[in-house]
Design a protein around this ligand. Sequence first.
Ligand SMILES: NC(=O)C1=CN([C@@H]2O[C@H](COP(=O)(O)OP(=O)(O)OC[C@H]3O[C@@H](n4cnc5c(N)ncnc54)[C@H](OP(=O)(O)O)[C@@H]3O)[C@@H](O)[C@H]2O)C=CC1
Ligand SMILES: CC(=O)N[C@@H](CCC(=O)OP(=O)(O)O)C(=O)O
Length: 310
Amino acid sequence: MKPKIFIDGEHGTTGLQIRALLADRGDLEIISVPAERRKETAARAEFLNKADVAILCLPDDAARESVSLIENGTTRVIDASTAHRVAEGWTYGFPEMDKAQMLAIKTAKRVANPGCWPQGPIATLRPLVAAGLIPADFPITINGISGYSGGGRQMIEDYEAQGENAPEFLPYGLMLRHKHVPELRAYAKLAHDPIMQPAVGNFAQGMITVVPLQLGALPKVPTGAELHAAIADHYAGLNGGVVEVAPLVDFERSADIQPEIYNGTNKMKLYVSANDARAQALLIAVYDNLGKGASGAAVQNLDLMLGLGR
Ligand SMILES: NC(=O)C1=CN([C@@H]2O[C@H](COP(=O)(O)OP(=O)(O)OC[C@H]3O[C@@H](n4cnc5c(N)ncnc54)[C@H](OP(=O)(O)O)[C@@H]3O)[C@@H](O)[C@H]2O)C=CC1
Ligand SMILES: CC(=O)N[C@@H](CCC(=O)OP(=O)(O)O)C(=O)O
């Protein structure tokens, strides 16, 4: 029998993309609540309990409600919202974090899909902390830019209504309470909250994260080559090519380091650039906020949970 997959919130930005990614999957049975009943609790409860895997593409409160509606002890869940990313009993759905994480996702009943912003910084920082090149208590700042689809349907409508008048570059998170800080701290293995300083641009999709490092503050200053080697070693043979590590940067700029380059894919590319004489480095990640950042990651986790991915 084909596994039954229910996407709760299938008409939203992430839900629609997951539907599209699963459209040709003859190995799965997609079950859907009739559109006019999609917000009825009873209808959602029925489908949540009928599913082998429920993928929640909902605001946080609705995602919590969906989980509470599952009574059968068998439905497995992938939650795309922020509700459960550092919650007990949930497995963080970033398979490339380490080998153990990939195995944990395969058998997990509850998987919390990562936020789009945390994935890039975790991908670069975690191997450096694990290798002891960056101490856990090192002060970390995360900069970056995301397409406006990161803000879901409301932000998409706002940007598209403004057209050319929409801001090209809009820094946000200015009150320093971005919702991704807890998962960033937990899974990058940091002792303190990083500063999260995002921006949104006047393009639909795609993102870049940048972590600048003032290495001169460290008692033992790692070189750019050492940082690069630790990150490259971590991903070598780990992930079937989802995360790629570029050679140590030797250019001022590149047309490859722009946010939209991996749109429509589940790929993430990591770059390390450094000036050893100045003891400074940048850790850069380029990916699609709706791909590896949301729907691509959800489908990758679904495949792992169903034993269809490596
Ligand atoms: N966009 C992105 O880049 C990313 C988003 N996420 C997360 O994924 C989740 C979904 O986000 P996104 O797709 O962007 O959001 P959207 O606003 O585009 O979609 C949310 C969907 O949920 C539906 N919905 C809202 N409340 C309920 C309810 N009580 N019962 C049933 N359906 C409901 C909405 O229906 P209606 O429109 O009819 O109100 C809509 O279809 C969020 O938690 C978000 O944080 C995660 C990573 C990246
Ligand atoms: C551009 C934009 O607004 N992006 C969203 C994050 C998108 C994302 O990762 O979603 P989650 O809500 O699932 O964490 C933000 O920064 O809040």
